[in-house]
Design a protein around this ligand. Structure first.
Ligand SMILES: [Mg+2]
Length: 217
């Protein structure tokens, strides 16, 4: 029997709509502190699609609204808020089931803190649809370092050869997969590819189409 290949998947804005969850939290948070709804786009910009330094983000919020809360409390509010608003799209769950039935082993490869990323995975029920996950903080390796993909394969008891990576971040996911020597699907989320140094093997609009591309390969 041929070895079961790994389907490596990014978490935020690939398997779950993290930016959508942040937006929903922000919509509820602004009126709570007496801020106008029109500040929503300011808050979305400050979050930078989840890539803003979280302490800097908490500081910006505290300073703009002259809040008495500590930065740690603001940070906790954001983190809990994002987790509470995350939902697992049934189409994503379906895609993972199809992949598993087609003899692929789905494993999440994500950058972030152990506690937050694991809470996201468990809270929305993704843990039932994947064989495992590797989180940068705990692994001591961050995408795009190709060693994190090799470590994911080692932990799953598989070879990295034959694996695919699916993700939305050009540098971390696609650049990382390229360095690791494996094919990749970029989830475009309406963007155009603009990185000249490397390119994804395929591009897809969403996770379901991305899994379809891998299975069709
Ligand atoms: Mg992502």
């Amino acid at each position: 029997m041929p070895p079961v290949p790994l389907l490596l998947l990014d978490l935020d804005n690939t398997l779950v709509d993290r930016t959508g969850a942040f937006r929903q939290w922000a919509r509820a948070f602004l009126p709570e502190i007496g801020a106008p709804d029109s500040d929503l786009e300011w808050l979305m910009d400050a979050d930078d699609d989840g890539f803003a330094n979280k302490m800097v983000l908490a500081e910006k919020i505290r300073d703009r609204y002259l809040l008495d809360a500590s930065l740690e409390d603001i940070l906790a509010e954001i983190r809990i808020g994002v987790i509470e608003h995350l939902r697992l799209d049934p189409l994503v769950a379906c895609a993972l089931e199809i992949a598993a039935k087609a003899d692929w082993l789905p494993v999440i490869v994500t950058n972030g803190t152990q506690r937050q990323q694991e809470a996201k995975i468990r809270r929305c029920g993704l843990d039932r649809y994947v064989a495992g996950w590797i989180i940068s903080e705990e692994a001591g390796l961050r995408k795009p370092d190709p060693r994190i993909f090799a470590e994911a394969a080692r932990r799953a008891g598989r070879r990295l050869g034959g694996s695919w990576m699916v993700g939305d971040n050009p540098a971390a996911d696609i650049g990382g997969a390229t360095s690791a020597g494996i094919p990749s699907v970029w989830i475009s989320r309406g963007r155009r590819w603009s990185e000249p140094r490397f390119a994804p093997t395929c591009t897809a609009d969403n996770c379901l189409s991305a899994v379809y591309e891998v299975l069709a390969s």
